[in-house]
Write a new protein. Structure first.
Length: 174
C-alpha cells in the first residue's frame, strides 16, 4: 500500500511538471525542447515496465534533454528499460507523453536504437515534427534500422497506462 501511495505521488509530481512544460512549449510547435522527468521518477517508471523478477538486473536509461537517452545503470540480463517520451508516428507530440518500456535482447538490438535516435534528434532540435517522422521512415527504408529478426518481448507492465496530458488532464493516448 505504501508503494502504491508513493507511486501515485510521483505520478502527481510528473503530471504537474508536465502541465507546466506543455504550457511553456505549446506555442513553440516543432521547437519543443525535451524536458526530463525527475530522475527518481523516471527510473521508477522505467523499471515498473518490467516484471519484478527482471528489474534488479535490467539496464536502465534516462533522458538527458541535451543528448537523448543516457545510461543510468548497466544490467546483465539483456533487458533495457526506459521511458519513451516520443511516439514519432504522431506529429503533434510534446513533453506530456510517457510510456515505460522494457525491451528484451532482440528489442534492445532492433527497437531501442530507433527510439533512442528519435530522442537524440529531438534533443538536437534540427528537425520539426513532420521532418522527424519522415527521417525515421527514410532510415527504415534505407536499411539503417531493421525490424526485429525474431519475436521478442517488450514489457509495458507499468501500473500506469501510456498517458498524455490533454487539456490539463491525463488521458490514455490509445
Amino acid at each position: 500500500m505504501r508503494d502504491a501511495i508513493r507511486f501515485v505521488g510521483l505520478l502527481t509530481v510528473a503530471g504537474m511538471a508536465s502541465a507546466v512544460y506543455a504550457q511553456e512549449n505549446a506555442a513553440n510547435g516543432s521547437n519543443i525542447k525535451l524536458k526530463p522527468l525527475p530522475r527518481p521518477l523516471e527510473i521508477h517508471l522505467a523499471l515498473s515496465a518490467a516484471p519484478p523478477h527482471l528489474r534488479a538486473k535490467a539496464t536502465v536509461f534516462v533522458l538527458d534533454p541535451a543528448k537523448g537517452y543516457v545510461l543510468e545503470r548497466q544490467g546483465p540480463n539483456g533487458f533495457t528499460c526506459y521511458v519513451q517520451s516520443t511516439d514519432y508516428t504522431r506529429e503533434e507530440y510534446g513533453d506530456s507523453y510517457f510510456a515505460p518500456e522494457c525491451q528484451d535482447a532482440e528489442g534492445t538490438r532492433s527497437i531501442v536504437p530507433v527510439e533512442f535516435d528519435i530522442e537524440r534528434i529531438r534533443a538536437e532540435g534540427k528537425l520539426g515534427l513532420a521532418a522527424l517522422k519522415q527521417e525515421i521512415s527514410r532510415r527504415f527504408k534505407d536499411g539503417v534500422y531493421h525490424s526485429p529478426a525474431r519475436p521478442g518481448i517488450a514489457y509495458m507492465l507499468s501500473p500506469s497506462p501510456d498517458f498524455t496530458l490533454v487539456q490539463d488532464r491525463w488521458k490514455p493516448w490509445r
